[in-house]
Design a protein around this ligand. Structure first.
Ligand code: IPE
Ligand code: IPE
Ligand code: MG
Length: 251
């Protein structure tokens, strides 16, 4: 069979491996609410229903890692009432869902600068992480007070402290060593990044980890996102050819 035909046949049958790690920029809550003449916070509330649906779908699809961008280090720029409302909703969601997540075999971890968050929020996060620690179906990362640049700066500081304490030589700082000091230490990089609501930017999400991630942008607003939208994104991913700077590998 000629090479080209073989490549097409592979795509037509959709046989590429599925992604192990999916990251999502959950965007469009505000626009969803605005379109209905509702306050923005109602969009965030509806967004949490989409979170619930997506986690269930990810478990069903056998995805091993799901990383959701919930609140960025830049989102503090929003009106105080929106920020407070968001944190209240997140607290309610996490407290209400923890038992269900544990029963689905979901292990929750929060990524981001948690020391800057109020003590009650830190306590909620810790309780959820502890209660789900034995989950072994899906690793769910919730990026909260997360910024990609802040994460890399933090890793640089941790490494600098080790060098200053003579626990590490400067030449031992490799890409692997730096990655080991990120919040995602020990996890594979995302294979697929989904962004909802059409914006074509990373907004400071996982800057290091997304180096070779496949990007998928949908116009669907996050509160409307369903398991079927996830399946569509996964199917698109399976048709991609990942090259990592090499050349086409068509066997
Ligand atoms: C994403 O939706 C949720 C957060 C950033 C917390 P937005 O609130 O950004 O919604 P749009 O982009 O204004 O529509
Ligand atoms: C990114 O969305 C952050 C989250 C989804 C939590 P934003 O709505 O904050 O991004 P920008 O401001 O449009 O770049
Ligand atoms: Mg937005």
């Amino acid at each position: 069979m000629p090479r080209e035909t073989r490549g097409e046949a592979k795509n037509a049958h959709n046989k590429g491996p599925g992604p192990e790690h999916v990251a999502i920029i959950m965007d469009g809550n505000g626009r969803w609410a605005q379109a209905r003449g509702l306050p923005r916070i109602m969009g965030h509330r509806a967004g949490l229903e989409a979170v619930r649906r997506t986690i269930r779908a990810a478990v069903e699809q056998g995805i091993k890692y799901l990383t959701l961008f919930a609140f960025s280090t830049e989102n503090w720029r929003r009106p105080r009432l929106e920020v407070e409302g968001l944190f209240t909703l997140l607290k309610e969601y996490v407290e209400k869902e923890t038992a269900e997540l544990a029963s689905q075999g979901v292990r929750v971890r929060f990524l981001g600068e948690r020391n800057d968050l109020p003590a009650w929020a830190q306590a909620v996060m810790e309780r959820c992480e502890k209660a789900t620690a034995s989950g072994n179906h899906l690793n769910l990362n919730i990026a909260l007070n997360y910024g990609g640049r802040a994460e890399i700066v933090r890793a640089a500081q941790l490494l600098a402290k080790k060098v200053a304490a003579q626990a590490l030589q400067p030449e031992d700082i490799t890409a692997t060593e730096l990655a080991a000091h990120l919040y995602t230490s020990g996890m594979p990089d995302p294979d697929l990044l989904i962004r909802t609501s059409g914006e074509l930017r990373l907004s400071n999400f996982l800057l290091w980890q997304l180096a070779y991630t496949e990007l998928y942008v949908t116009q669907v607003l996050w509160p409307d996102f369903t398991g079927s939208d996830l399946s569509t994104a996964l199917a698109a991913y399976r048709k991609r050819e990942r090259r990592y700077g090499g050349i086409a590998n068509k066997g």
